[in-house]
Design a protein around this ligand. Structure first.
Ligand SMILES: NC(=O)c1ccc[n+]([C@@H]2O[C@H](COP(=O)([O-])OP(=O)(O)OC[C@H]3O[C@@H](n4cnc5c(N)ncnc54)[C@H](O)[C@@H]3O)[C@@H](O)[C@H]2O)c1
Length: 301
């Protein structure tokens, strides 16, 4: 039997790239899927129902069951309507995948207020909008095996220098995901985030592909290669997994660590003075911090 037989899912950003791959994979495993995508440009302009309709039609043509939707996820009220409509149309509402996204890159010292707001609005507020209404529906309809799967990025986890808006939104999504993991566990919800990597129109702008081969011929970086762990998270089998970030793509599925105290200095008296804090911070923390990160440039020769 297919692993998602009888399950129902709403996927945003499902008209293209990773969201489309996830929608196809969920449907191939037996889920009934609402393919939702506003069909905007990579920087968030325009509106086109075509991409969602095309992906839903492909799923239906290949024997799956899908419906199309073109809601703009930045609209709080429209997201509420979408959750109600999805639950009625799909005959339930088990899985929410928040994969919609845009990019407006730029160094922080040049970033416009509009580019900051647009990226925060789609990623962080858009993920909140659907999560908020999904959570209310799950609370009203207790007894299910519900799943919240949000999309974060290594860009946030590692601090991509030219993506301050995107990095901030994606780390905000981690906080939202973790908060929901604790708040909604009692309602049958498991809440986790995926940090993917795949060749899509989002990665086309990376100069020279960076160190990665994003060409269509590289199956390791195909959007379809991100989908299997998302299918796992969507299944009832993932009940044990909550409040974690999973990296997916390029042939890897990685369990990322949650923040833990790495080193700690404790004052015997319970208070600190400045000279002691200077001395203790340097002797205890410095060695742990002085390692190169992926964005450090090699020293000039
Ligand atoms: N591609 C990667 O390597 C990569 C890396 C890290 C994170 N991500 C994340 O994965 C997710 C999918 O990215 P992708 O690479 O497939 O991008 P993509 O551009 O191929 O697809 C994103 C889709 O989201 C839709 N969308 C954007 N704004 C919307 C809005 N306001 N309302 C509804 N739909 C909207 C777009 O129309 C588009 O079809 C995103 O959240 C992205 O940030 C991707």
């Amino acid at each position: 039997m297919s692993v998602l037989e009888g399950r129902t899912a709403l996927v945003t950003g499902a008209g293209r790239g990773i969201g489309a791959a996830v929608a196809r994979a969920l449907a191939a495993e037996g889920a009934t899927v609402m393919v939702s995508d506003a069909g905007v440009s990579v920087d968030g302009d325009g509106h086109d129902a075509g991409p969602a309709e095309t992906v839903a039609a492909q799923i239906n043509d290949s024997g799956g069951k899908a419906f199309a939707d073109a809601t703009d996820i930045t609209d709080f009220a429209a997201c509420g309507d979408l959750i109600t409509r999805a639950a009625e149309t799909l005959g339930g509402f088990d899985v929410m995948v928040n994969a919609a996204g845009i990019l407006r890159d730029g160094m922080v010292f040049k970033m416009s207020e509009q580019d900051w707001d647009a990226v925060i609005s789609v990623h962080l507020k858009g993920t909140f909008n659907l999560t908020r209404h999904a959570a209310a529906w799950w609370r009203e309809n207790r007894g299910g095996q519900y799943r919240l799967i949000n999309f974060t990025s290594m860009s946030g986890l590692q601090g991509a220098p030219s993506q301050p808006n995107y990095a901030a939104a994606k780390m905000g999504i981690v906080g939202l995901t973790f908060s929901c993991a604790n708040a909604l566990k009692g309602y049958g919800v498991r809440s986790n985030a995926i940090a993917p990597i795949a060749g899509t129109r989002m990665t086309q702008g990376i100069k020279g592909g960076g160190s990665m081969d994003y060409s269509d011929s590289n199956a390791r970086l195909a959007p379809d290669n991100v989908a299997p762990p998302v299918v796992y998270l969507a299944s009832e089998q993932s009940e044990w997994l909550n409040r974690r970030v999973i990296f997916a793509g390029n042939g890897r599925i990685s369990l990322m660590s949650n923040p833990v105290v790495e080193r700690e200095i404790v004052s015997a008296s319970g208070t600190w003075d400045v000279p002691t804090a200077f001395a203790e911070i340097e002797s205890s923390f410095k060695e742990a911090v002085l390692w190169p990160n992926i964005f450090d440039k090699p020293p000039a020769q």
